[in-house]
Design a protein around this ligand. Structure first.
Ligand code: NAD
Ligand code: NAG
Ligand code: NAG
Length: 421
């Protein structure tokens, strides 16, 4: 409560006419109205990024983070000599990829807006790990072209690993514009800055297995149709692939799209089934198990362990050819690729639950429901022969082994000090 200023209570001198009192009260009421109705200070990401980035100290941190381990001059920009901008670096996949690149000696600068789609404290914890490893995560939005341009002014990035996005299939019905903001507008802003950069970086970015939508021909191969998305999320990823085509065609940007299949593992995403099943089984809370219609088999996913995905991402970076454009103009045909990164071994969700029950030594309370029509597809299964051939991609972790690692992490992270997920 704001204290009423003293002058409101003061009696007006005798000579004041009732009229004056009347206008004074109107005036006071007006002031009060303005105070009560003025918007609260704006702490939105836009405002904050413009004030937090750009200082000399900030620039120095970006430069240091982008430095490769080996200082010997190398003209072959091979592993250990790259400088990579990783968007979505505080996210699940982004934090793992950043760590892997840094570990082998590449320079890595992260970018993330730390939005609250899921518990941002998990993103902050990943950021802390990265900072300890020498990766600075810039706080900002991929749709902020001024910020992106500034980053490219400071560092001649050889590669962009673009993992920032609004993820999640069901949330698209609640907040559709967040998908347009990050997966469409943000992607275009990023490509705009990349095509204008000199030299242009090669871009590797995350599409999704969800682009296969309602397809029934399995396993899903890259050449299969992708024009029947079942969610707005899937539609924005499909749009991203088409947008990538135009930036490659017009500006000579080298672009590789990776269609991830249900990635899981330590430091994973709390909105995904394996994660909240774990949480709810431990709490004794019922978990929803979706059933396919009778004639459609079971609901199954091609679960892919994070370390396998990371290897695929790094291999995509290492096999990416240089962009051909210069000063925003194409000078020759550039590489354009899209790969499935899956595990080629779909597992029914019921099996996922029984593995978790064994690992957690606790029975799940199951709430069996018909599959709602909210964007999820029944079945995913990757054909990975193209990634095998070009990236030497070879998934090595089965679901049992991977979930064990996830559960160990989960119990360690949430077990001791009661952080709530
Ligand atoms: N995890 C999966 O199973 C899976 C499957 C298919 C595709 N993908 C894709 O892989 C990528 C990484 O996914 P993830 O599982 O690590 O998700 P995530 O949500 O953990 O990571 C994304 C990160 O990007 C950040 N971000 C979102 N919008 C941003 C914006 N406008 N500006 C800056 N930062 C922003 C978020 O804060 C988050 O930290 C995403 O593009 C996602 O769509 C993931
Ligand atoms: C993205 O940024 C551009 C300016 O660079 C702005 O015009 C646009 O409104 C932004 N889009 C979204 C969806 O936030
Ligand atoms: C997988 O895709 C390749 C093309 O990349 C195709 O030749 C092969 O037949 C497919 N395999 C299956 C099992 O469908």
């Amino acid at each position: 409560m704001v204290d009423r200023p003293p002058y409101v209570h003061r009696r007006w001198p005798n000579y004041s006419a009732p009229k004056l009192i009347f206008w004074a009260s109107i005036f006071a009421a007006l002031i009060l109205f303005i105070i009560l109705h003025s918007p609260p200070p704006d702490f939105s990401s836009d405002r904050r990024t413009t004030t937090t980035w750009g200082s000399l100290n900030w620039e120095r941190r970006v430069q240091t983070s982008a430095r490769t381990r080996s200082h010997s001059p190398s003209h072959s920009a091979g592993p250990g000599h790259l400088s990579v901008l990783v968007t979505g670096a505080a996210g699940f996949v982004g934090s793992h990829v950043s760590m892997a690149l840094k570990r082998r000696g590449d320079g890595v600068v992260g970018l993330d807006n730390f939005n609250n789609y899921y518990d941002p404290s998990l993103k902050r914890a990943r950021q802390k790990l990265l900072e300890r490893a020498g990766v600075f995560v810039v706080e900002g939005d991929i749709n902020d072209t001024a910020l992106l341009n500034k980053l490219f002014d400071i560092v001649a990035f050889t590669h962009v690993m673009h993992l920032a996005a609004q993820a999640g299939v069901r949330y698209a019905m609640k907040n559709p514009s967040s998908y347009v903001h990050s997966n469409i507008a943000g992607l275009v802003s990023l490509f705009e800055v990349c095509k204008s950069a000199n030299p242009q970086p090669a871009v590797v970015w995350a599409s999704s297995s969800s682009v296969y939508g309602l397809n029934t021909k399995v396993p899903f191969a890259e050449k299969d149709r992708t024009d029947q998305p079942a969610s707005l999320y899937a539609a924005t990823k499909k749009a991203g692939e088409e947008i990538a085509h135009t930036y490659n065609h017009i500006y000579g940007l080298s672009i590789t799209g990776l269609r991830f299949f249900t990635v899981y593992g330590p430091w994973g995403r709390p909105d995904m089934a394996y994660f909240f099943f774990t949480k709810d089984i431990l709490k004794g809370k019922p978990i929803p198990i979706f059933e396919a219609p009778d004639d459609h088999g079971s609901v199954a996913r091609d679960f892919t362990y994070i370390d396998d995905i990371v290897k695929g991402c790094v291999a995509a970076i290492d096999t990416a050819e240089k962009s051909t454009g210069s000063g925003g103009k194409k000078t020759g045909t550039a590489q354009l690729r899209v790969f499935n990164l899956g595990n080629t071994s779909p597992v029914p969700v019921t099996k996922l639950v029984s593995i978790l029950e064994n690992l957690l030594k606790k029975k799940a309370k199951k709430n069996v429901l018909p599959m709602p029509r909210n964007g999820d597809v029944l079945f995913t299964h990757a054909n990975i022969s193209y990634a095998k051939k070009e990236l030497h991609y070879k998934p090595e972790t089965d679901l049992q082994t991977g979930l064990k690692k996830f559960v160990d992490w989960y119990l360690d992270y949430y077990g001791s000090d009661k952080k709530s997920s």
